[in-house]
Design a protein around this ligand. Structure first.
Ligand SMILES: Nc1ncnc2c1ncn2[C@@H]1O[C@H](COP(=O)(O)OP(=O)(O)O)[C@@H](O)[C@H]1O
Ligand SMILES: O=P(O)(O)O[C@H]1O[C@H](CO)[C@@H](O[C@H]2O[C@H](CO)[C@@H](O)[C@H](O)[C@H]2O)[C@H](O)[C@H]1O
Length: 470
């Protein structure tokens, strides 16, 4: 692969302008587009790398493009844009559009991830640790990548985009990119170096440096062959009328293993009154912003506030907590079970909408536990007919599994747990309103429960104490 980028079509005046009308129509329809609900008002090029010149049969551009959504500063997105005279039928789903102005006039542009040749080119660049323009393809010194692995794009609903290579590796290309240390690379690397077997260890990654700021653009990991994710497995058991207690307990153990390793690998801090006040303020601010954005939340705001205020009161009385790096967006879909029955945790990016600095802050581990508890509730809501007590059994088993490894049962801290669950449910209300309005009733039903729960409810082991479909 050539080191220097010799062709400079991307710097030709009008290059991005010619793509503008196509991207404006195509980008908001993408699952991973983070700015849903606000019109895209224009684009600016942050970086462009010509991987294959457009005068060949296949042109290929790696672009970092800022999508403006005035009056807000826009987000920066990563695109791999293919350029062809015409698109073969197998690539029809990848179509972005036909260009009718500027230097690419008459060409067809498309999402090149779907095309084997560009996908192979990325893996080859990682294998050979290439530098192409501003792109740095790097890998762990002791990791090998076999050449010639056959690529296929992952078509499931994702916040980013992934390519699987020969069932050996999976490359996640981040879509919305932000400068700084990305926890989706940082945490799995730290866990791998700590010897934690619950996370696929990063093999290689793509970075860029723009205006002196580092960006992580993609991470290559071993592919867990034949794995099912926790969400699929939970729904399968629900559809058979079965509980999920054995797996929930194993997931609790896996979560505790990851937390224990993260606490060893990265700094922990003690949260006292002042830090808790900041945390509670953040929760209250998110509640206010969510109630502003989603009117259905407003009637519950006072009850939800009480969950956060109760936490503030405990802190004011002198209670302290330990905070550490956590997963940040843990749910059933982020857990993979291999055919041998081992659980793996993936996707350490954190909640995609939060600023990077906030996602990298040490947090009480109960944040992740609350995320998983919410996920059992989501799964229970997908059951038809509902299975009374299903989510409660999962919650109890998960917490028990967590306690077996960590020595700490999350249920012994009900005030913090309720605050974390409430914060998560509020996040979910906003997430669903923005991305999947049909799902909004699921977190809203939790909001109803959490707004009236005073945090002194009996332990979660009693299936009759709370109903998932209330
Ligand atoms: N190491 C892996 N092995 C097997 N499948 C994986 C692996 N990593 C991710 N996946 C699959 O890819 C999907 C998306 O991965 P994820 O990291 O959650 O991306 P996103 O941030 O886009 O949601 C997962 O739901 C899972 O099905
Ligand atoms: O794309 P990510 O996996 O990083 O996470 C986002 O999307 C999730 C949905 O795909 C969303 O999770 C919510 O729905 C799940 C069921 O589809 C449920 O299991 C989770 O508990 C619930 O939070 C997640 O919040 C969002 O960040």
């Amino acid at each position: 692969m050539s080191e220097a980028v010799t062709r400079t079509l991307t710097s030709t005046p009008g290059f991005l302008a010619s793509l503008d009308p196509l991207l404006r129509e195509w980008l908001p329809r993408q699952r991973w587009f983070a700015g849903k609900g606000r019109p895209v008002t224009g684009f600016s090029l942050v970086a462009a790398t010509e991987l294959l010149p457009a005068d060949g049969k296949l042109g290929l551009y790696h672009l970092l493009v800022r999508a403006h959504q005035s009056p807000l500063p826009g987000d920066c997105y990563q695109f791999l844009i293919g350029v062809r005279e015409a698109l073969p039928p197998r690539l029809a789903p990848a179509l972005i559009g036909h260009v009718d102005e500027g230097p690419l006039t008459g060409r067809t542009v498309y999402e090149a991830l779907y095309d084997p040749r560009p996908a192979e080119l990325l893996l080859e660049a990682l294998r050979t640790q290439a530098r192409i323009g501003g792109l740095r393809f790097e890998r762990e010194p002791d990791q090998e990548i076999r050449p010639g692995l056959v690529p296929r794009v992952v078509t499931s609903e994702q916040s980013n985009s992934s390519i699987v290579y020969g069932d050996t590796f999976i490359l996640k290309l981040l879509r919305r990119v932000v400068p700084g240390v990305n926890p989706d690379l940082e945490l799995p690397l730290a866990l791998a170096h700590e010897g934690c077997p619950r996370v696929p260890a990063p093999t290689a990654w793509i970075r860029a440096e723009q205006a002196g700021e580092p960006y992580v653009l993609g991470v290559l990991q071993p592919f867990v062959q034949g794995a099912s994710d926790g969400w699929e497995l939970a729904l399968r058991e629900l559809s058979k009328g079965e509980d999920f207690a054995v797996e929930a307990r194993a997931l609790g153990r896996a979560t505790a293993e990851v937390h224990t390793a993260l606490a060893r690998a990265l700094p922990t801090v003690t949260l006292g009154d002042a830090q808790l006040e900041l945390m509670v303020d953040g929760m209250l601010e998110r509640l206010d912003a969510a109630a502003e954005a989603v009117p259905a939340l407003r009637p519950y705001a006072p009850g939800l506030r009480s969950a956060f205020e109760a936490l503030g009161t405990l802190a004011a009385e002198g209670r302290t907590w330990t905070a550490q790096r956590v997963h940040g967006d843990l749910h059933l879909g982020q857990c993979l079970r291999s055919p041998a029955g081992q659980w793996w945790l993936i996707d350490f990016e954190g909640e995609p909408a939060k600023p990077l600095a906030e996602r990298r802050m040490p947090q009480p581990p109960l944040r992740d536990i609350a995320g998983m508890l919410r996920s059992f509730d989501y799964a229970a809501h997908s059951a038809d007919p509902p299975i009374p007590g299903w989510a409660e059994t999962c919650r109890a088993a998960y917490c028990a599994g967590y306690a077996e490894v960590s020595g700490v049962d999350p249920r012994t801290d009900p005030v913090l747990l309720r605050a974390c669950e409430t914060d998560k449910a509020i996040y979910e209300v906003v997430y669903e309103a923005r991305h999947r309005p049909d799902w909004l009733p699921v977190p809203l039903s939790a909001v109803r429960r959490l707004a009236t729960d005073d945090g002194t409810a009996p332990p979660l082991t009693s299936p009759s104490s709370r109903r998932p479909h209330s």
